[in-house]
Design a protein around this ligand. Structure first.
Ligand code: AMP
Length: 204
């Protein structure tokens, strides 16, 4: 493995979690998804309040809180990071605590993402993501326990994706000049997207 400190950038539904899972399984890298970590720590009291207070209002958790969390928890030598950085301040903070080796932007149109998220369901037991039509679970037990994330509800989808798009653009611009930056067409099937990513990491 040529690079072991990897960032995945992309809008919700672009496939960051799926790619992170596969990179972790194939190369043993630690998945570090900030959204997941914040959900697990939603009720933890901090000087800025609890992460859950912001998440429930669909607001970003303050930079100071997330930067501190990342400083404390991000593994020193290897990771697949997603959901962070989401602001330019976070980009700058990350630059002070680690050297990112490889940055991948998973690019997809709003239309494709809305369709994916509308059909996205999560297995609360394993964290595995399914698509109700393209990738349904094989077992009925799993099918019966699937849940939809609050933020994937139909009425919230488009505004959420568009708000994320505004935040993401300056982040992508910041990393575009990184020597190991790639853009991958994430509208293709998940396996194809992942293989393309794994090949680029090996070759670039
Ligand atoms: P996600 O699972 O990535 O959609 O994130 C869920 C929620 O966690 C977001 O709506 C934000 O409230 C919060 N969050 C996730 N990542 C960040 C971040 N890098 N900075 C601030 N808040 C974040």
């Amino acid at each position: 493995m040529k690079h072991s400190k990897i960032i995945l950038l992309g809008l919700p539904g672009a496939g960051k979690t799926t790619c992170a899972r596969k990179l972790s399984a194939e190369f043993g890298l630690t998945e570090f998804d900030l959204g997941t970590i914040l959900r697990e720590n939603a009720d933890v009291e901090t000087a800025y309040g609890t992460p859950g207070e912001y998440m429930n209002r669909d607001e970003l958790v303050p930079d100071e809180l997330v930067n501190e969390l990342v400083s404390k928890r991000l593994p020193a030598d290897e990771f697949v990071l997603s959901g962070y950085p989401r602001t330019v301040t976070q980009v700058e903070h990350l630059g002070t605590i680690t050297n990112v080796g490889f940055v991948c932007f998973l690019s997809a149109s709003v239309e494709v993402l809305v369709e994916r998220l509308r059909n996205r369901r999560i297995d609360p037991k394993t964290g595995t993501t399914y698509h109700l039509r393209a990738n349904p679970p094989k077992s009925e037990a799993v099918a019966n326990r699937l849940v939809q994330r609050q933020s994937d509800r139909e009425e919230l989808l488009k505004p959420r994706i568009e708000a994320n798009q505004e935040l993401l653009e300056p982040i992508v611009e910041r990393y575009r000049t990184h020597p190991h930056f790639v853009t991958i067409d994430a509208t293709r099937p998940p396996d194809v997207v992942y293989r393309t990513l794994a090949e680029k990491i090996a070759s670039k």
